[in-house]
Design a protein around this ligand. Sequence first.
Ligand code: SF4
Length: 407
Amino acid sequence: MNCEVKLKERAGIINPIFTCQPAGAQYASIGIKDCIGIVHGGQGCVMFVRLLFSQHFKESFERASTSLHEDGAVFGALNRVEEAVDVLLMRYPHVKVILIISTCSTEVIGDDIDGVVRKLNENLLPTKYPGREVHLIPIHTPSFIGSMITGYDVAVRDIITYFAKKTTPSEKINLFTGWANPGDVRALKHLLAEMDAPANVLFEIEKFDAPLMPDGNHVAHGETTIADLQDTANATASFVLNRYEGGKAAQYLESEFSVPAVTPAVGALIYERITYMGNAYCGEEAANILLQNQMAGISFLASMGIAVRVNCLVFWGVNSRELTDICLMAKECGAQGVNLVPVRSFYGIGSEEIQMAEFFALRDECMKIIPQITHSHPCNARSVCFGRQCLLPEDLSEKSPFGEQKN
Ligand code: SF4
């Protein structure tokens, strides 16, 4: 018998860990206290994702499925969503938040999960569960676009859009951890505590790092509360450690409630590569490491009683829209002043020439947040001043190669 081995012509990468959008939405759901996600689709859309999470974290997870079958795929299956919500509320008296997560099949057949949420809010909840706090949030995650990463991003955005509510401004920051492991969340919380920076951590999944218990019925739960989610609108700034995993929510908070967003994405445009602990990093990963270390460094120095002035190079059109966010971050970390140093485009970063009038206006805005060093534009090295009081015997800024100074 002859045996012929054929070379495959297919070019592709097979990565079983990279899965579909509903997986990301399910991962976001587990970080919220008193929340269970219902996946509106076939059982496999929950089972395989649950298996993936359970094998990775060695924890039990609570999620539900509408368990779509052939009849539902043909005639629609919104009745199964209604039934699933009712069953969940009956079986779990503590549940307050239910995400209705769509899948490829239910998006293709056109099941209106927004409509069924309206119907449940008008009928089931007031008649069968009067007085009970229940939040039903539709999350659209068809699997034929995006990936588990975009599904996570979409879910976080929709959760924040649903809950964020402006009340009293708080001293907290919003920390969007992205698709992190429980140990990462613990480390981030440790850094926040070291910096004395209160935060709404999105999402609190530390409990998914619990030891295996002998009775085998332990179920881990997230700890980000409804109050934390509502408070995101009152934070001083949002920090997004991965712009693809929480960036949309931070953008929403910025546009709707003026909560500035700081993301490593802008840093990646400025720093091509860095070397850290003997390893080379580039792009957003590099910028993220820098941002974390800068924040930790400022906080540490401030905690030692050292007056910290932050020098920030301004690349017009690159980071110029983030200046107020950067000033807020510096203030939050304990700095006493910021030195915004405009850089001309011939340095090779950014294509726009700096607009000095707009720069001065922006700096005045920043002045409301934290004292600005105003003598040193565009050269920073010769100024040691805070506010408009230079500590040098003479103002050296007039010797700037960039011509006329404002002050
Ligand atoms: S690809 Fe579609 S059917 Fe498969 S798990 Fe994802 S949503 Fe479910």
